[in-house]
Design a protein around this ligand. Structure first.
Ligand SMILES: Nc1ncnc2c1ncn2[C@@H]1O[C@H](COP(=O)(O)OP(=O)(O)OP(=O)(O)O)[C@@H](O)[C@H]1O
Ligand SMILES: [Mg+2]
Length: 253
């Protein structure tokens, strides 16, 4: 059964969408079958991959208006896009019975078709994120090594604990990784050390450096490996993917 990974941090702009796309593309490059789910009404992931076909988007799927039909972008790389109407879901689905289980149910039939299903969560801890955590095996947390990066992270960890206790006992935090890192910045190095001393082995060795190609790629509708395969961004996300797979193998052996 496909492993579901929720990429989440309720802080905005920390690299959730960039990581969902490029970690996903890194896994596809490693011959894994990948499904990305855009779970944010900002639809950044959908737009960054230049997807215009939204015939069965995640909002329609949650509402039971279509059957899951992911879009095949390239080999091993499928996407369920979002539409901005998804912003209404938090309120519309709030009164449904079993409202936390709507996503897990919606992807049940296609879960076996993939090795990894990556959910790009919104920058909030509302019903959509709760649905993502209920469906997920793991939560992966991107963080910027900036002042206040750790502020509010207790809330996210608290939600993971609650979901574990009440809705999904197998949920775990698979790790924290640093994005938009600039080793020339003393503050970046200092905050990285603080994060490492806080979370120890949960922090990935691979840091995603600040790299302009990562910010440009969405303009071409491409992941970093197809946009600029020789960039630092491509190197970092591939290194991160390899570290993820190595850690996973170590845990399973
Ligand atoms: N390593 C990087 N180097 C340079 N720019 C980056 C990097 N990672 C992300 N960015 C840029 O930073 C901005 C925020 O990134 P992204 O959209 O991935 O964050 P997010 O956490 O998904 O944001 P939101 O909370 O709004 O969903 C984007 O413009 C993106 O292109
Ligand atoms: Mg995003």
């Amino acid at each position: 059964m496909g492993k579901v990974i929720a990429i989440s941090n309720h802080k905005g702009g920390v690299g959730k969408t960039t990581s969902a796309i490029n970690f996903g593309a890194g896994l596809a490059k490693s011959k894994k079958k990948v499904l990305l789910i855009d779970f944010d009404a900002q639809t950044n992931l959908t737009q960054s991959l230049d997807i215009n076909n939204t015939s069965c988007d995640i909002y329609s799927l949650l509402k039971g208006e279509c059957e899951a039909k992911p879009i095949n972008l390239f080999k091993n790389f499928h996407v369920i896009p979002a539409v901005s109407a998804l912003s209404a879901a938090e309120i519309e689905l709030a009164s449904e019975a079993g409202r936390e289980y709507i996503l897990i149910e919606a992807i049940e039939d296609i879960r076996d078709n993939y090795d990894y299903i990556i959910i790009d969560c919104p920058p909030s801890l509302g019903l959509l994120t709760i649905n993502a955590f209920t469906a997920a095996d793991e939560v992966l947390i991107p963080m910027q090594a900036e002042y206040l990066a750790l502020q509010g992270i207790g809330k996210l960890l608290g939600l993971v604990e609650k979901i574990k206790k009440r809705l999904n006992k197998n949920l775990k935090i698979s790790g924290i990784f640093i994005t938009q890192f600039d080793k020339r910045k003393v503050l970046n190095r200092y905050v990285y050390e603080t994060i490492e001393s806080h979370f120890g082995k949960k922090v990935y060795d691979t840091k995603i450096r600040s790299n302009v190609a990562l910010a440009e790629a969405p303009n071409s509708g491409l992941d970093i490996f197809r946009y600029q395969k020789n960039s630092n961004g491509a190197d970092d996300y591939f290194k991160f993917t390899k570290e993820y797979l190595k850690r996973e193998k170590a845990l399973n052996s």
